[in-house]
Design a protein around this ligand. Structure first.
Ligand code: GLN
Length: 533
């Protein structure tokens, strides 16, 4: 049987990075999903890293971990949250992955006799990855976001592959959406169109005429600006879309819907769109409304070392907001740099959260923050590194093991209450951590069981160190309970101090499982505790 042909929506970026291509891509996909289409998203990252796992979150934003253990670009997290759908790691394609396959094939002799080239061999590999995703997942539509900015050398083979797909499948099966910027820099706020004009010219130079231009701007695109962009870019006026600033990124599908993108796209694809008649549209609208509704503020201190770029912890941020929205509260998050933490830094907060992290820098500050939470009975949620360092703080503060630490901080420590995972000692840095979804057994009657309402859950991981079981007995005697375990009790996954209002650490990453409208359990319970509920 010939697989049915999916429609493709290719999203490219112009002018500069950081315009929110990921949000535009997710929003289009959301509208198509709400129109009863089977849809998914793919992110192309033209950089040379095999995956995002070895990149610095300070510069590139968080590493998003998928169920199947992929260390992906943070846009994949946006796709999951908008679509409420798990993405496999194959949905994040990088230059290295493509080249590795091509080189493997060459060595195997698959191209015997041929001179192996970017066109056709690399472009064929790119096309086949995209097509395979659509076919294997029986998709009606696939949104493919190409990272980088048009004009970059790195993205050329990818854009060429996308161009070829349109030639091969025909214009009724492919739509190109180009995301640009209309800045207003003068006092009157006139929206400038020149960057958009130039970037569309650049795209056309490599043979791609966009069908839609999604223009990022501060205020709604003005009529004359829209007209001018249409004229210069050769895109019908109704397909020039204003993507102006809104209260939450989850409002963007509404903004695009109101400008008729669904009708226009469905017409182009020869389909009938039903978005606003579906029940799911009403559900989505009420979720977005709840995220925008201001409520009484819950103040959370987030203690970590990557505090300069909020994108470093985007999933944690959003998970806190999802949890707040579900109890009618808005959450304000103060970033507290653990390196400069002082006496008094943590006063006045409803709760303290320590997200994941790596390395020694700032670790002592995190340990002090966990100890402060325990000593003052301030609700505490420690994630991964925050779980491990809460254990270190407890060993020092409650068990009297003064030299307690993690082997990550001191590899020759006498009391490594957190040690390296077996097999990790000599491992290379890329893709070698304990990754992805693992099942966790929760102890009956524990807070963990109450939080999740289940005896077993599955959550995503990304770590190299774990709690050292030798210390379990001493911790138990002082009142710390390990209420979640995996691998038949061999790994500790949840810690809690039942005598406190809320002191919970999780070795896994609950933030990757939080979705708007359905906050993850640990976040829900933590924010409620921080709100005094
Ligand atoms: N650095 C710790 C480890 O490797 C924690 C990792 C994390 O927080 N993601 O185990």
């Amino acid at each position: 049987m010939r697989p049915r042909l999916a429609k493709f929506i290719f999203v490219t970026g112009g002018v500069m990075s950081g315009l929110g291509k990921g949000v535009v891509s997710s929003s289009i996909a959301k509208l198509l999903q709400l129109s009863d289409q089977r849809v998914s998203c793919v992110k192309i990252d033209p950089y040379l890293n095999y995956d995002a796992g070895t990149m610095n979150p300070i510069a590139h934003g968080e590493v998003f971990v998928t169920e199947d253990g992929g260390e992906c670009d943070m846009d994949v997290g946006n796709y999951e949250r908008f679509l409420n759908q798990d993405m496999p790691k194959s949905h994040n394609i990088t230059t290295s992955q493509v080249y590795s396959t091509v080189i493997e094939k060459e060595r195997r002799g698959d191209y015997l006799g041929a001179c192996v080239q970017i066109i056709p061999h690399v472009t064929e590999e790119i096309k086949s990855r995209i097509r395979r995703t659509a076919e294997e997942e029986s998709l009606d539509m696939l949104v493919v976001e190409c990272g980088g900015t048009v004009g970059d050398i790195e993205s050329l083979p990818f854009l060429e592959a996308l161009r070829q797909i349109r030639v091969e499948d025909g214009p009724e099966s492919v739509a190109f959406v180009h995301v640009t910027l209309a800045p207003s820099i003068d006092a009157v706020g006139e929206q400038k169109t020149k960057p958009t004009q130039h970037s569309v010219q650049e795209l056309r130079r490599i043979g791609i005429q966009p069908d839609y231009v999604a223009v990022r701007c501060e205020k709604e695109l003005e009529g004359p600006t829209r007209k001018k962009i249409a004229l210069f870019t050769n895109v019908p006026e109704r397909d020039v879309l204003s993507c102006h600033d809104v209260g939450t990124i989850f409002r963007v599908p509404h903004v695009m819907y109101d400008q008729g993108i669904v009708d226009s796209m469905f017409k182009k694809f020869g389909k009938v769109g039903l978005v606003n008649t579906s029940n799911r549209w009403a559900d989505w609208t009420s979720i977005v409304d709840s995220l925008e509704r201001p409520g009484e503020d819950v103040k959370i201190a987030m203690v970590g070392k990557y505090v300069d770029l909020p994108d470093s912890y985007v999933s944690v941020n959003l998970a806190l907001r999802h949890a707040g929205a579900s109890i009618g509260r808005s959450v304000s998050i103060d970033w507290i740099d653990s390196e400069t933490l002082r006496e008094g830094s943590l006063g006045g907060y409803g709760g303290i959260i320590v997200p994941g992290g790596f390395g020694t820098r700032g670790a002592e500050g995190i340990i002090a923050a966990a100890e402060h939470a325990r000593a003052t009975d301030t609700p505490y949620l420690g994630i991964c590194f925050g779980f491990q360092l809460a254990a270190v703080a407890f060993a020092r503060g409650a068990c009297g093991i003064g030299g307690a630490t993690s082997s990550e901080l001191d590899s020759s420590a006498e009391d490594p209450v957190v040690g390296i995972l077996p097999g990790q000692e000599g491992a290379g840095m890329g893709g070698s951590l304990r990754l992805g979804a693992h099942e966790i057994e929760l102890t009956g009657g524990s807070r963990a069981e109450a939080i999740y309402g289940a005896r077993s859950i599955t959550r995503r991981h990304r770590h190299r160190y774990e709690f050292n079981l030798d210390y379990r007995g001493r911790f138990a005697r002082e009142g710390m309970v390990f209420s979640g375990q995996s691998d038949s009790g061999r790994r500790m996954e949840v810690l809690e101090i039942p005598s406190l209002r809320f002191f919970v650490g999780v070795q896994f990453h609950p933030e990757f499982s939080s979705r708007p409208g359905s906050p993850e359990g640990a976040f829900g319970a933590f924010v409620s505790a921080a709100a005094g509920i």
